[in-house]
Design a protein around this ligand. Sequence first.
Ligand SMILES: [Fe+2]
Length: 183
Amino acid sequence: MDEDLELCPLPDEVLVLLGELAAPPRLVAHLRLVHDVARQLADWVAERCPELGLDRDAVLFGAATHDIGKTVHRGELSGPGSAHEPAGRDLLLAAGVPPRLARFAAGHADWGPAATAEDLLVSLADKVWKDRRVPELEDLLVDALARAGGGERWSWFLALDELLSAVGESAAARLAYQARHPL
Ligand SMILES: [Fe+2]
């Protein structure tokens, strides 16, 4: 039940855009779930590691729009494919979204050494909402936290693991929420 999940609402400007694009309910539900998890992750990072100087608003916008290209590649809502990634970035740019915010739609599925903490958090939120754990992705975030915040790497690792495990506990409720919204 979404009442149990207490999901925070998507940003108004994103809701307007999704309405204009006639986004399917399943996609809006997914974006809302990933946005809500991203908020939890970003708040944790901002509190535990203020030295990182996280751009919280960018993380939230990125999470709220990361799959927006699926409004034009609807098959990728229920099947594989990555055509939605460049399409999503182009949709956002066409709507006047600045490139630094539109980039999340194109890059959320791959991360590398050049990924920023904001990129990592959007990618991570898109995994842990359903309790999917990706060690190499989490390691990159641990590196960024230890670099900025100092202290022992292992203590960052344990703290992040504890957070992600707690977030993962609601995965079944999130999957049920998403599944009851039609494609
Ligand atoms: Fe996603």
